[in-house]
Design a protein around this ligand. Structure first.
Ligand SMILES: [Zn+2]
Length: 525
């Protein structure tokens, strides 16, 4: 009888608390978790608005001192970090455990980026990146202007000059960025990590060895086709070496006629409607016109998820503007459909997943049906257009591989000779001859603004290609099929950060992340 009673009690405990007996601290900690989320929500809202203003005007607005204080109290609280590290998985419900884990990651990552920025170095470099306009042909010129020369100018010396001007900001950023890298490494070494790269990547849920193993596969499969592309370019342009200022001229020029800027928003909205998205019903606002003082790259700001999402871009009459806007709108669609009651879960589960949502949208513009029905490419030219798109993807993969390897070595070598390192790695992956006189490496904004982020774009392409392959296999078409939006909203957008990115991918496509789909996407016929 006694034994029976014991069994019943044990079963009752298991049902009530599937993770074992509920620790006493849980009720109090749940309240604490909630209040921490509320604080984050307040601060995020203030700083998201400030960032929007900063990136669209180039001026950091005045905000009350108390918000800076609130932010540093949160980010620098060793108590919170230790406590969250200790109470992982003890909340008794999967939702609360997930929220606590995301909060822990948020605190950890916030600390990793906040501390080196505390000196003001990071923000002052960001200000240069936003505001700097180089002089070219006797005037201060925008990125779009110089990119236009790289794309359209037949005179090679002028393209070379434009390329140097475009990267001139690198020489102004470089000394400060090296200092920032030392600060970041110092922080990592305080916690016994080899360097900041090895410190940051695992807190993003990635393993350094696994990542570079995957990159090695992409390197080996893309080398031969890339070499052939270079060979063809050399013959076409009658040149000995393909230089960085030849790439855009060889590959972007042909598509310019297809992409007038005045039609961009109309085509975008029509495309999205075909997929099942009513863009006007979503809280997405746009700032698309280039101007002085405005950031010259493209960026999506989830100011308040899911109701207030803002897209910053700098559109021009070119293919790149289409791709860039579709990319940013992919981010915006993701954020504007997240449906989670807890604040900390109203986010992307990881940077690579967020970029994957953007890449899925960008890859819509690479589908044959989109090219004919939306971009007006004649049926007879579609094969050639797709072949060109694949070549452009192989080229950008080689550059992305170089940039990821460079960033890893940048931290490993304490940025000792970054320009040399950059050009040696560029030579290996892109076969561009070295230009040691250019600090082009420091003109890449991610190294300043979003350290250890570059690899996310590559993983994102793998996720996107696998997802599109699944959609084609199971739903027929992607373009002009409302099932596309339903699938993305249900499987990828709505869950926010309530699950890990690899779980979302596996559940949605029926298999874990598989590199074969992207390889097929860029190399298949
Ligand atoms: Zn993006």
């Amino acid at each position: 009888m006694r034994k029976l009673a014991l069994t019943i009690i044990l079963i009752w405990i298991r049902i009530a608390y599937p993770y074992g007996a509920r620790p006493e601290h849980v009720a109090a900690d749940s309240v604490w978790l909630k209040s921490l989320q509320e604080k984050y929500q307040t601060i995020d809202s203030v700083f998201a608005n400030v960032s929007w203003e900063f990136y669209t005007t180039g001026i950091w607005p005045d905000i009350p001192r108390k918000y800076y204080q609130m932010n540093s109290d949160l980010v620098l609280s060793r108590y919170s970090l230790k406590k969250y590290g200790r109470i992982q998985g003890e909340f008794g419900s999967p939702e609360l455990n997930r929220a606590a884990r995301q909060m822990y990651i948020r605190l950890l990552m916030g600390r990793n980026t906040y501390l080196p920025d505390f000196s003001g170095l990071g923000p002052s470099l960001a200000r240069i990146l936003i505001n700097y306009r180089p002089s070219f042909d006797g005037d201060l010129r925008s990125r779009n202007y110089l990119a236009g020369i790289l794309r359209d100018e037949p005179a090679r010396e002028r393209r070379e000059k434009a390329w140097y001007s475009l990267n001139e900001v690198g020489s102004i950023i470089a000394p400060g960025l090296r200092e920032l890298i030392w600060e970041r490494n110092k922080l990592a070494r305080e916690t016994d990590h080899r360097d900041y790269y090895d410190f940051q990547l695992p807190s993003m849920g990635m393993n350094v060895d696994d990542l570079f193993e995957m990159l090695a596969i992409l390197d080996s499969v893309s080398l031969e086709p890339y070499t052939q592309i270079l060979q063809k370019t050399k013959l076409d342009l009658e040149i000995e070496t393909v230089e960085p200022w030849d790439i855009s001229f060889a590959y972007d020029r042909v598509k310019a006629d297809l992409c007038p800027r005045d039609s961009l928003m109309i085509i975008l909205n029509r495309t999205m409607l075909g997929l099942g998205f009513e863009m006007n019903n979503l809280g997405i606002t746009y700032d698309l016109e280039p101007r002085s003082g405005k950031y010259q790259h493209d960026i999506c700001f989830p100011v308040s998820v899911p109701d207030d999402i803002r897209v910053l871009a700098n559109i021009d009459d070119d293919w790149g503007s289409y791709k860039a806007l579709f990319h940013e709108v992919g981010h915006a669609l993701h954020f504007s459909h997240i449906d989670q009651p807890r604040y900390i879960l109203r986010a992307s589960p990881a940077g690579c997943f967020s970029e994957a949502m953007a890449e899925i949208s960008e890859m819509i513009t690479e589908q044959p049906a989109w090219l004919t029905d939306y971009a007006g490419v004649p049926e007879s030219n579609v094969r050639a257009a797709i072949a060109g798109i694949k070549e452009a993807r192989i080229i950008s993969l080689r550059y992305a591989l170089a940039q990821v390897h460079f960033e890893r070595e940048l931290y490993r070598t304490d940025a000792e000779k970054p320009a040399e390192l950059y050009w040696d790695i560029m030579l290996k992956f892109t076969m561009s001859s070295p230009h040691y006189d250019s600090d082009a490496w420091a003109a890449v904004p991610h190294y300043t603004e979003r350290p250890v982020y570059m690899q996310n774009y590559i993983i994102a392409d793998l996720i996107a290609a696998q997802t599109l392959a699944y959609l084609k296999r199971t739903k027929g078409s992607i373009v002009d099929n409302k099932a596309t939006a339903d699938f993305l909203i249900d499987n990828y957008y709505r869950p926010g950060a309530s699950k890990d990115w690899f779980e979302l991918v596996e559940e949605a496509t029926g298999e874990p992340l598989n590199i074969k789909y992207y390889i097929g996407y860029i190399l298949g016929r």
